[in-house]
Design a binder for this molecule. Structure first.
Ligand SMILES: *Cc1c(COP(=O)(O)O)cnc(C)c1O
Length: 463
């Protein structure tokens, strides 16, 4: 298991010390609204309710583990992003964070666009009725078949990631007699991290085409020369779980510099710039994310200022939040199976899921919170590690947290902020059955992705 990998990059290891945990909250029964979905509250009996429904009822009806998604919160966050950026910018939800047909319909109704990065995501988007022109297609190695489908469907943009792909997409578009709208993804030499960023001249990563060494300028030259392509702009995505806007500042400056070079060389002002996603959310009470309107203002100010300096018309901005929209809207509901105190160390709390429904802790050393949700408790706090039921000692859901010392088998606990990159990264390790996603809203609950069954497993196993 990697202990140094983190979505924000290896330097995150400097920030997180091994065995890090903060002091227990003054009252473990209090639910920090920063990390919980918007309609979460405790009812008169002390049980957590979401969308007006108590967790015990959800557990009884849908079983555990389950991802419980607050539809009201999801829609509110979509609207907040759309309103913050306004009619002169575009918000693309990054489908890889979590995608289902219900989610696509919500996005469509709330006026958002959608990023997809595989044929499977494209199929889901189209099947649920997302207009193709509101879809952007990403990926560093899209197959010819995937590009064909995207072009034929009429997707609004394909984000080109390599020199080979420039030619590949151009040929396919030409064969279909169209000019495909495209952006070129560039790497700007910014490594963004949760609490810091680093500006470098080079990037050592698989995505995009480097600005350094004139490579991106050469990519623009080629794209402009090909009949099948309509180059509408430049794309950059600098990292994930970012709180510091300074990384976007450097990235926007470097992209605008390229736009100015393109104007000087080709007499063309590319009309759009996409600054990617990666905006951070609160996984624990220590994280302080920004509101969409602050982010929108900061990004728009940066781009406007840089364009004025370069005497360019300000391009249309797009952004691609995934985690920042869906992350906070869901929690994972587990039942406690065993409680094992290790003298002088901590107490291991085993739940009925684990790394198959949340790989982020094992993969990135991610931090999560946890709470007892089927009741309140006045017992003392105890230091716990919440672990799953998999045959792997790295099967940790929450590395260090506090739960009441009277925690017992049969209690329900919940891990908040699991809407992004949990169900979408879930696996069948140990032939686990991937949990359902249950959407709640105004006193109603419905399954939007059903629980896998053993029949599902056997159906794939053709003997
Ligand atoms: C992953 C990704 C996003 C979304 O990242 P979040 O951290 O979920 O906001 C946006 N754009 C691109 C190109 C990505 O790869």
């Amino acid at each position: 298991m990697s202990r140094s990998a983190h979505p924000a990059g290896p330097r995150h290891a400097d920030v997180l010390t091994e065995g890090h945990y903060s002091a227990p909250a003054a009252d473990l029964n209090v639910l920090d609204e920063k990390v919980w979905a918007r309609t979460v509250t405790r009812d008169a009996d002390g049980a957590l309710t979401v969308g007006g429904i108590a967790v015990a009822r959800l557990a009884e009806e849908f079983g555990t583990p389950a991802y419980i998604l607050d539809e009201t919160d999801f829609r509110a966050r979509c609207r907040a992003w759309a309103d913050a950026f306004g009619p002169d910018a575009d918000v693309f939800y990054a489908g890889k964070a979590f995608l289902s047909r219900a989610v696509v319909r919500w996005l469509k109704e709330e006026g958002l666009n959608l990023d997809v990065c595989s044929g499977g995501e494209l199929t889901t988007a189209l099947d649920a009725g997302m207009p193709a022109e509101r879809i952007a297609f990403h990926g560093n190695n899209k197959s010819v078949a995937e590009i064909e489908r995207a072009v034929r469907a009429g997707v609004g943009r394909i984000v080109l990631d390599s020199f080979q792909e420039i030619v590949r997409v151009a040929h396919i578009a030409q064969r279909h007699g169209i000019r495909q709208r495209v952006q070129i993804r560039v790497t700007v030499g910014v490594e963004a991290h949760t609490h810091e960023f680093i500006a470098t001249a080079h990037e050592d990563q698989k995505f995009g085409i480097a600005l350094a060494g004139g490579q991106a300028a050469e990519a623009v030259r080629r794209a402009l020369s090909l009949d099948g392509l309509d180059l509408i702009g430049i794309h950059s995505h600098i990292g994930s779980q970012i709180f510091d806007m300074a990384g976007f500042e450097v990235s926007a400056r470097r992209v605008v510099q390229l736009l100015a070079e393109v104007r000087d060389e080709h007499g063309v002002e590319l009309p759009e710039i996409d600054l990617g996603g990666g905006l951070g959310i609160a996984y624990t009470s220590e994280d302080d994310p920004r509101e969409p309107h602050e982010i929108a203002k900061a990004l728009s100010d940066i781009v406007t200022r840089e364009c004025e300096a370069a005497k360019l018309r300000t391009p249309r901005i797009s952004v691609e939040p995934g985690r920042a929209i869906v992350g906070p809207t869901a929690f994972t509901l587990y039942e406690v199976g065993t409680v094992k105190p290790l003298e002088g160390l901590r107490t291991y709390v085993s739940v009925d899921g684990g790394m198959s429904d949340n790989i982020r802790t094992a993969l990135y050393d991610a931090e999560y919170s946890v709470a007892l949700v089927s009741r309140t408790s006045d017992a003392e706090p105890m230091l716990v590690r919440v672990v799953g039921k998999h045959c792997e000692s790295g099967d940790i859901v929450v590395k260090d947290a506090f739960l009441p010392a009277d925690l017992a088998p049969g209690d329900l606990i919940a891990v908040p902020a699991t809407g992004a990159y949990c169900r979408s990264m879930a696996s069948n390790y140990n032939h686990a059955l991937r949990p359902p996603v249950v959407a709640v809203r105004d006193g109603g609950a419905r399954v939007i992705v059903r629980r896998e069954t053993e029949e599902d497993l056997l159906r794939l196993d053709v003997g």
